[in-house]
Design a protein around this ligand. Structure first.
Ligand code: 2M8
Length: 428
C-alpha cells in the first residue's frame, strides 16, 4: 500500500531528478527526453511544490523563469536549455530570439500562473525582499497581456497559438485551427519517439502549429501584429481567468510589501478582466471560448470551465455551476477533471488534452475552489488527484476512466501538485 510518506518521497525525488543547472541557472524541466527545457506554467506550478520541501528552490524557480523575459514584457512559453538539443520545434523556429538572461526563447507565452504561486510562496515565507524583486517583471508581463496582446481593448488577451493556452489540442481550438495556415515544411516529430503517437497531437495539428510559427516569422515576431493577424485568434476564458487571478494576487503581494501603487494598479487590471468575462458570461453562468476568426462562440465542455473557478470574484450561482461541472457533471472523473467531456463527439480517452485527466489543470481547479471557500469540495477533488497518482503513477496525464498513467513519466508538475495537496489536506 502506498502511504502519504511514500508519495511525498517519490514526488520529491522526481523534482530533484528533473532539476537542471546550466550556466549558473537552476530550474525544473517537465520531464527528461520529451521536454528538456524550462516551460513557463510548468515552472510556476513546480514552485508551488518546491515550496513545501525547499523554499529557496521555489523562489529560484520563479526568478529563473522571469529572468527569461523578453524586452517587451513577454515571458516565453519555453526558455531553451542550451545543453539539450532534442526538442522540436527548437530555437531556430523562433528566429533564435534571446531573452533577458541570454537564453534562447520562444515567441509566444503561456498561462500566467507565476503570480498565483508568488502569493502562495509569499504567504508561507513572508520574504518581502525576494517578493519585491518579482513584482516589477510580473507587472510588465501582465501589462503585455493586457496591452500588446489586446489591440482592440476587449479586456482579455488575444491568444495567437494553441500552445499559449497550455491545453494544446483541446477540442475548443478545432474550429479556429481549421482556418489556420498549414505548413508544408518537413517537420521531425521527436515527441512520438518518447510517447505513443495515439497519446499525442495528430500530424495535421502539428502542421498547423508549425504553420502558425512560420506565419509569425513573416510578421517579424511582432506581438501586436500577431494579435491582430495571426491565423489563429481566440479569447480563452481559461487564460483570462488565470490572468485575472494573477493580477489579483500580484496586487495582494504588492500591498503586503508596502507598494500601494502597484497593488492598486494590479487590482484594477484584475477587475478589467473580470468585467470583460462577465460581459460575455452565458445565462447558464459559464464563459465560453470565443473564436475571433469568425466571432463564433465555442460551447465545448472541457477543464477550461473548471479553471474559471480561479477567478477571484465570482457570484455564488456561477461557482455552484462550475463546481458541479467538474465534480459530478460533464468533465467529472474519479481521477480529477477530464480535459474534455466524454460526451463530446471529439473525446479521445488517451489523447493528450482531448480527454485525459491532468493533475496540473485539476490542481488549478482545487485552487479555485479554495478561493471561494469551498474546502470540502476542494478536498474531494484533491483526493481524486492523489488517487490518480497512487494508482497510475506520476505521469503527465491519466486515462479518465481507469486512471492509467499515460504521456510522459516522472513528471514534474504532477509531483509538485502532489506535494502541495498533501501539505494542504493531509498534514497529519
Ligand atoms: C505540452 O506542450 C508542449 C508545447 O508547449 C508540447 O507538447 O511540446 C503542454 O501540455 C503544455 O501545457 C506544457 O506546458 C508542456 C510541458 O509540460 O507540454
Amino acid at each position: 500500500m502506498t502511504t502519504t510518506t511514500d508519495l511525498r518521497a517519490e514526488a520529491e525525488k522526481i523534482l530533484i531528478g528533473n532539476t537542471v543547472t546550466e550556466n549558473g541557472r537552476t530550474y525544473t524541466i517537465p520531464t527528461h527526453g520529451l521536454y528538456p527545457h524550462q516551460w513557463n506554467w510548468d515552472s510556476a506550478i513546480c514552485a508551488a511544490g518546491w515550496m513545501h520541501i525547499d523554499v529557496e528552490r521555489a523562489w529560484r524557480e520563479l526568478e529563473t523563469l522571469l529572468a527569461s523575459q523578453d524586452k517587451d514584457g513577454m515571458v516565453p512559453h519555453i526558455a531553451f536549455n542550451p545543453d539539450a538539443g532534442t526538442y522540436q520545434p527548437g530555437p531556430e523556429w523562433w528566429g533564435n530570439r534571446v531573452g533577458g538572461d541570454g537564453r534562447k526563447i520562444s515567441c509566444i507565452s503561456q498561462p500566467p500562473v507565476a503570480a498565483i504561486t508568488l502569493r502562495l510562496l509569499f504567504d508561507l515565507t513572508k520574504d518581502i525582499k525576494r517578493a519585491t524583486r518579482l513584482i516589477e517583471p510580473l507587472q510588465r508581463w501582465h501589462d503585455w497581456w493586457l496591452n500588446t496582446r489586446d489591440p482592440e481593448g476587449r479586456g482579455e488577451p488575444v491568444i495567437v497559438h494553441p500552445w499559449e493556452t497550455g491545453r494544446d489540442n483541446s477540442v475548443e481550438w478545432d474550429d479556429a485551427l481549421d482556418r489556420a495556415p498549414v505548413s508544408t515544411t518537413e517537420f521531425e516529430r521527436v515527441d512520438t519517439g518518447f510517447v505513443a503517437a495515439e497519446q499525442r497531437p495528430t500530424k495535421k495539428h502539428y502542421a498547423t502549429y508549425i504553420g502558425l510559427i512560420e506565419q509569425f516569422k513573416t510578421m517579424g515576431y511582432e506581438q501586436r501584429r500577431m494579435a491582430q493577424a495571426s491565423g489563429f485568434r481566440v479569447n480563452d476564458p481559461g487564460v483570462s481567468s488565470i490572468l485575472a487571478a494573477a493580477c489579483y494576487d500580484l496586487g495582494d503581494v504588492a500591498a503586503k510589501c508596502g507598494n500601494p501603487g502597484a497593488a492598486e494598479r494590479a487590482k484594477a487590471q484584475s477587475e478589467t478582466i473580470a468585467d470583460a468575462l462577465d460581459d460575455r458570461r452565458d445565462s447558464d453562468g459559464r464563459v465560453w471560448t470565443e473564436n475571433l476568426m469568425n466571432d463564433q462562440t465555442i460551447k465545448r465542455y472541457t477543464v477550461g470551465l473548471g479553471i474559471q473557478l480561479i477567478q477571484p470574484v465570482l457570484d455564488d450561482p456561477v461557482v455552484t455551476t462550475l463546481m458541479a461541472d467538474v465534480l459530478t457533471g460533464p468533465v467529472a472523473s474519479r481521477w480529477g477533471v477530464a480535459s474534455t467531456s466524454p460526451e463530446d463527439p471529439a473525446f479521445e480517452p488517451v489523447n493528450y488534452w482531448r480527454g485525459p485527466v491532468w493533475a496540473s489543470a485539476s490542481w488549478l481547479v482545487v485552487q479555485g475552489m479554495l478561493r471561494h471557500g469551498k474546502t470540502g469540495e476542494a478536498r474531494e477533488l484533491s483526493n481524486r488527484i492523489l488517487a490518480a497518482v497512487t494508482t497510475g503513477g506520476f505521469n503527465e496525464y491519466h486515462e479518465p476512466t481507469t486512471g492509467e498513467g499515460i504521456g510522459g513519466g516522472a513528471f514534474s508538475w504532477t509531483a509538485a501538485v502532489t506535494l502541495d495537496l498533501l501539505a494542504r489536506f493531509e498534514n497529519e
